[in-house]
Design a protein. Sequence first.
Length: 309
Amino acid sequence: MRMLMFLILFSLTSFANAEPTPRIEIQKVTDNVYALVGQRGPMSKWNFGTNATFGVVVTSEGVVLIDSGASDKAARYIHEQIKKITDKPVVLVINTGSEDLRWLGNTYFKSLGAKIITSKAALVHQHERASELLSRLDTIIFPQFSVGTDTTYADETFEKEKTITLGDTTLILKYEGPNYMPGDFYVWLPEESVAFSGDIVSTQRMLAVARVSDTDSWINVFKSMQALNPEHVVPGHGHATDINEAKADTLNYLVLLRQAVRNFIDSGGEIQDVRSLNQYPLSPYERLIGYDMLMGRNSLHVYMELEWE
């Protein structure tokens, strides 16, 4: 009995002293490049908009942050993780798109003196979606969560391509057409052979197709990034990986999804039934987080897109 009580007390003490599950995992990619890997489920009160993968590049002139999180609280938590990597300041924030995860943390980093840059197309869409995204924080997470989160936009934009040099680090920003969102682009580090994809790539998690997505262009943008033959890909969701896994979880899925929906349309399938189309060719993707939640919605959005092609 005494031994049983000891084991119970030991277990309770161990549980009480256990470290909470981290919202972000720090993954080293190269000597000066890191992925901050957030939860791969939906946004929640627990992750408060850190449920994505963010990039950190440590240069001789300071830190470059790829995407700033979906809230002020997310931005502050991201900065806490950066401080575990380096004591250098964040001098540049790159918003790779207009999804909330990519830019709503800007205000905090701007207050630290960081410069912010994004594509012209992303900036236009950020302005269009700002009110909706702030409201979503209050409805998805909890009421008034958006308090403290503001719409701070980029200081500088580019149209197609921009090269940035900080010390001995070169970053090339490449916008090659709409994909998940109209202004999404990727960041290429040629010396490190690292591509930060933003929402162009999801791994380990089912990618989402939105009403504004252009899956045909998305496929072409992915292939353009693939042609650089990156050794490392830091996706918008999931762990840093290689181009083969990125292709398997993103490009191949998009190609199969478009073909499955096209076959459904050609066989006379109606839009109200597309959520339950025969998904046999896509069954390998059941392994991805969020498959059940997103598969039907993705099919619907691709159906509407293909109707206009």
